[in-house]
Ligand binder design. Structure first.
Ligand SMILES: Cc1cc2nc3c(=O)[nH]c(=O)nc-3n(C[C@H](O)[C@H](O)[C@H](O)COP(=O)(O)OP(=O)(O)OC[C@H]3O[C@@H](n4cnc5c(N)ncnc54)[C@H](O)[C@@H]3O)c2cc1C
Length: 432
C-alpha cells in the first residue's frame, strides 16, 4: 500500500522517473478486507483514485460491539454520525485488491515502471547516490542506483535491516503474542440464513469480544463478500522461525479458539471450507531510532507496523506517501544534502503521529480483550454509558475524540505548511 501510494504521489507531484521493485509476481488477489478511514481517503482522492475504490466499498454508518457467549446482545452500538460532514470523506470498508488495484491503475496511467518478481535484497549505499541489490526470481542479481530510495517493503523489511545495521542500531522485533484468522465469505454462503444475511446486508462493522480474543466483520465488494478478521493468542507460531508470518490453520483449532463465542459466530466460522483457514502472525517492532539515512527513507510497516485494532496501518503508510511527495517536491534542489534534509522533514512530520497510533492500536486491542477484573468492569461501564448516549468509546476507532485526532489530521497540509521552517532548522545529517 505504502509503495504504490508513494509511486503515484511522486508522479502526481511531477517526478519523472519512478520505479517500483516488488518481490511478488503481480499484485494478485489479496484475500482480505480493509477499513479505509477518511484520513486515507483524503490522500487517495488527491491522487485521483479514490472514486473507483469508493464505488465498490461499503459506507459504514455504525458499529456494534457484542460479548462472547450466546446472547448476541449488544454491549454498545455506536452510530458514526457526520463523519463525511466533519472530515470530508466517509469511513468505508473495502477489499484490499480493490484498494491496491486502483492505486496500481493510477500508477500505470502515470507510467510508473514496475519490476515484479524482483526482491530488494539489501541496501548497499545510502548516499550520495543510494543503491540496492535487486534479485529477480529468474536471473542474476544486479545493483540499482537511484537518487532517492523509499523502502516500503513491509513488516519483514530487508531495507530496515540494512539501515539499522549501517547505523549500528537494533530492530527489536516484539512478539505481540497474537495472531489473526482472515476469512472471506461469499453472499451465496450467507443469504439463506436470515441472521447471516442481515450481517452482509448491513452498513455496519460488528465486533464480538471475549477474553484475549475478538472477531471483527463487515461487508465489502458491493456487499458480495463478508470479511471476517480475528485476533487471539498465538499458539501456532511459537516454534515457527521468526520470519514466518502466515500459516495454514485448521478449522478445529479455529473452533476451539472461539468456542466461548456464540452460535452465530460458529455458524459463520463453519462456512469456511476446511483447508482454507489462513492464520497470520501479528508482529510489531520497537520504535526505530530513525526512519531516514542519507537519501533513503523507510515507509509504512517497514518503520511503524501497527496492530490492526485501530484500522490504521495502511492509512498511516498512505499518509507517509502523501507527506513524502510534498516534502520531496518542495526540496529546493536535487543535491544529496537537500534530499536528506527533505526526508528528515518527512520524519519530523510523521514519526511522532505514526508511533502514537501504534500505541493507541495496541491499547485499544487490550481494552477489547480484557478478562474478568476491575479494568473490564470499567470498560463495560463505559459501554453501558454509551447506550445512554454518553462518554468515550473503548473501541477507539469509533470514539469521537480519537476520530478528530486521526480523521481530522491532514498530513499533506501539515507538511506543506511546516516544510520551510523545519527544513531551515535542520543541519546536514552528521552521519553522512
Ligand atoms: C489482520 C490485519 C488487519 C488489518 N486491517 C487494517 C485496516 O482495516 N485498515 C488499515 O489501514 N490497515 C490494516 N492493517 C494494516 C495494513 O495491512 C498494513 O499496515 C499495510 O498493508 C502496510 O502497508 P505497507 O505498504 O507498509 O506494507 P505491505 O502492504 O505489507 O506491502 C509491502 C510490499 O512489499 C513487498 N516486499 C516485501 N519485501 C520485499 C522485498 N525485499 N523486495 C521487494 N518487495 C518486497 C511485498 O510483497 C508487499 O507487496 C491490517 C493488518 C492486519 C495484519
Amino acid at each position: 500500500m505504502g509503495g504504490l501510494a508513494c509511486a503515484l504521489a511522486l508522479k502526481k507531484h511531477g517526478f519523472d522517473r519512478v520505479e517500483v521493485y516488488e518481490s511478488a509476481s503481480n499484485l494478485g488477489f489479496v484475500g482480505a478486507g480493509i477499513q479505509m478511514a477518511p484520513n486515507m481517503a483524503r490522500i487517495l482522492d488527491r491522487l485521483g483514485c479514490w472514486d473507483d475504490i469508493a464505488k465498490e466499498a461499503t459506507n459504514i454508518k455504525s458499529t456494534s460491539i457484542r460479548p462472547e457467549g450466546n446472547t448476541n446482545k449488544e454491549l454498545a452500538f455506536v452510530e458514526l454520525l457526520d463523519i463525511k460532514e466533519n472530515y470530508g470523506y466517509p469511513h468505508m470498508v473495502g477489499h484490499r485488491s480493490s484498494l491496491a488495484g486502483n492505486i496500481y491503475e493510477g500508477c500505470k496511467r502515470e507510467k510508473v515502471a514496475f519490476f515484479f518478481s524482483t526482491t530488494v535484497e539489501s541496501i548497499t549505499t545510502f548516499g550520495p547516490k543510494p543503491s540496492f541489490i535487486a534479485q529477480p526470481r529468474h536471473g542474476n542479481a544486479y545493483t540499482v542506483e537511484a537518487d532517492i530510495i523509499l523502502a516500503a517493503d513491509g513488516i519483514k523489511s530487508n531495507c530496515r535491516v540494512s539501515m539499522l545495521k549501517e547505523l549500528n542500531a537494533d530492530a527489536n522485533v516484539e512478539d505481540t503474542g497474537q495472531s489473526a484468522y482472515r476469512i472471506m465469505l461469499k453472499r451465496e454462503q450467507m443469504e439463506n440464513d436470515p441472521e447471516l444475511k442481515e450481517l452482509i446486508d448491513s452498513d455496519r462493522v460488528t465486533r464480538w469480544i471475549g477474553e484475549k480474543r475478538h472477531i471483527i466483520a463487515y461487508p465489502v465488494s458491493n456487499k458480495n463478500i463478508y470479511n471476517i478478521s480475528t485476533a487471539h493468542p498465538d499458539t501456532h507460531f511459537a516454534e515457527a522461525p521468526s520470519a514466518t508470518y502466515t500459516t495454514r490453520g485448521s478449522k478445529s483449532d479455529m473452533f476451539h479458539t472461539y468456542s466461548s463465542f456464540g452460535e452465530l459466530c460458529h455458524r459463520m466460522l463453519d462456512l469456511v471450507p476446511e483447508g482454507e483457514v489462513c492464520e497470520w502472525k501479528l508482529r510489531v517492532h520497537a520504535p526505530l531510532p530513525t526512519w531516514v539515512h542519507g537519501s533513503v527513507a523507510l515507509v509504512g510497516d517497514a518503520c511503524h507496523p501497527t496492530l490492526p485494532h485501530l484500522n490504521q496501518g495502511a492509512g498511516q503508510a498512505i499518509e507517509d506517501a502523501g507527506v513524502l511527495a510534498v516534502v520531496l517536491s518542495k526540496c529546493p534542489d536535487g543535491s544529496p544534502q537537500s534530499i536528506n534534509k527533505a526526508l528528515q522533514v518527512y520524519e519530523r512530520v510523521r514519526k511522532e503521529r505514526a508511533e502514537l497510533l501504534v500505541g493507541l492500536a495496541a491499547a485499544s486491542g487490550k481494552a477489547l480483550q480484557l478478562g474478568e477484573g476491575a479494568a473490564k468492569e470499567e470498560r463495560d461501564r463505559q459501554f453501558a454509558a454509551l447506550r445512554a448516549g454518553k462518554g468515550p468509546v473503548p473501541d477507539k476507532w469509533a470514539d469521537g475524540d480519537t476520530q478528530r485526532m486521526i480523521f481530522g489530521h491532514d498530513c499533506m497540509k501539515v507538511a506543506e505548511e511546516s516544510f520551510d521552517e523545519i527544513f531551515k532548522s535542520l543541519t546536514q545529517d552528521a552521519r553522512l
